[in-house]
Design a protein around this ligand. Structure first.
Ligand code: AMP
Ligand code: MN
Ligand code: MN
Length: 332
């Protein structure tokens, strides 16, 4: 590959490349409730490092494993949902803005790896770890990985290009978010040239939904309220039980609600455990929910952010809705 797209002046890129070259064993982890960018980053980087040097041990892990809609990616069968043994020369965290987001596998990996590379694109990144590849202007963590591989002058095989394009497509909602710039499409072009099908990735991610997840939407639609530019929905444990669902973390609902013309921001309150609530927020172009997420102990991007709070769902609603109304009624 040529390195025309590479920010070669950043010493962290060189440090990261050196740390990777020096390590015989590498653990890569990503964030809880992984999305297309999390798994795309895990497998894109994992498959790249495996093909670069088959003698290195490359382990991949994420709590609870890979969601089924991402099973088409090469290498999913090698992703471990739990770590109970092992030690590594290097751990790389991808697409996670803080240490807690890397879950139990991240905690285990940190305790058993002397060096940690923090590779991410969240503006809210806490700068944990020893080497930072944190680029908030990158649309996805897979964009940062593309740049890293580019800086190492690696050729990109299709089993790397496909997961990398998956992260680009899912985090930009199909190249529609406001951070999508000509260079985003240039990287997508390079990944397509390397064998990734934009049509297949789009169909398997953005255009895919399990009927059971849709049943949960049907169940919670009566809870939807639009008030002062804020549209909200509530997903309780009882709703999950009513439709036989186990996973309240589907973030498609907040993106769907954010389409509503009369709303500037959308939020879905999800009861993840008794007394624990996670929120998924979306903002229209010109509005920003990242700061609010950060102030609530979470993180994210201007247009998509979230947090998990140790408080009952109705208390979280009473606290957060007025703050969102202030955002929705601020100057765009
Ligand atoms: P979601 O609404 O789950 O799709 O998440 C939107 C964005 O917010 C993503 O970039 C996530 O990384 C971020 N995010 C969601 N939940 C949390 C959390 N509990 N802590 C930090 N960031 C979060
Ligand atoms: Mn993610
Ligand atoms: Mn991401």
């Amino acid at each position: 590959m040529t390195s025309t797209l590479t920010p070669t002046t950043n010493p962290h890129w060189i440090g990261a490349a050196q740390a990777i070259a020096a390590a015989d064993s590498i653990l890569i982890v990503t964030h809880l409730h992984p999305d297309g960018d999390a798994i795309g980053s895990l497998l894109g980087l994992g498959n790249a490092l495996r093909s670069l040097d088959p003698s290195k041990r490359i382990d991949l892990a994420v709590d609870e494993g890979v969601p089924s809609f991402l099973n088409f990616l090469t290498g999913v069968d090698t992703v471990q949902p739990v770590l109970t043994e092992g030690a590594w020369d290097l751990m790389i965290s991808v697409d996670a803005s803080d240490e807690a987001r890397t879950g139990l596998v991240g905690a285990y990996g940190r305790a058993h790896s002397p060096v940690v590379i923090n590779l991410d694109h969240h503006i809210s990144n806490t700068m944990f770890g020893n080497i930072h590849l944190v680029i908030p202007t990158a649309v996805s963590a897979t964009e940062v990985i593309f740049d890293l591989l580019d800086s190492m002058q690696l050729t990109i095989p299709s089993e790397v290009a496909i997961p990398l394009l998956t992260g680009l497509v899912t985090d930009t909602l199909g190249f529609r978010t406001s951070n999508t710039v000509p260079r985003t499409l240039e990287i997508a072009m390079r990944l397509m040239q390397a064998g990734a099908s934009l049509r297949e990735i789009t169909a398997r991610t953005l255009e895919s939904m399990e009927y059971n997840a849709f049943n949960l939407w049907k169940q919670v639609f009566p809870s939807v309220i639009l008030e002062d530019g804020v549209i909200s929905a509530v997903v309780r444990l009882s709703d999950l039980a009513a439709v036989g669902a186990t996973d309240p973390t589907d973030s498609g609902l907040s993106s769907f609600l954010a389409k509503i013309n009369e709303a500037q921001v959308a939020i879905v309150f999800k009861e993840t455990l008794e007394g624990q609530t996670s929120i998924s927020m979306r903002a229209k172009y010109g509005y920003d929910v990242a700061g609010l997420a950060l102030s609530l102990g979470g993180g994210g991007h201007k247009q998509a952010a979230g947090a998990t709070l140790d408080a009952p769902i109705d208390q979280v609603r009473a606290q957060v809705i007025p703050l969102l109304k202030a955002i929705a009624n601020g100057t765009p």
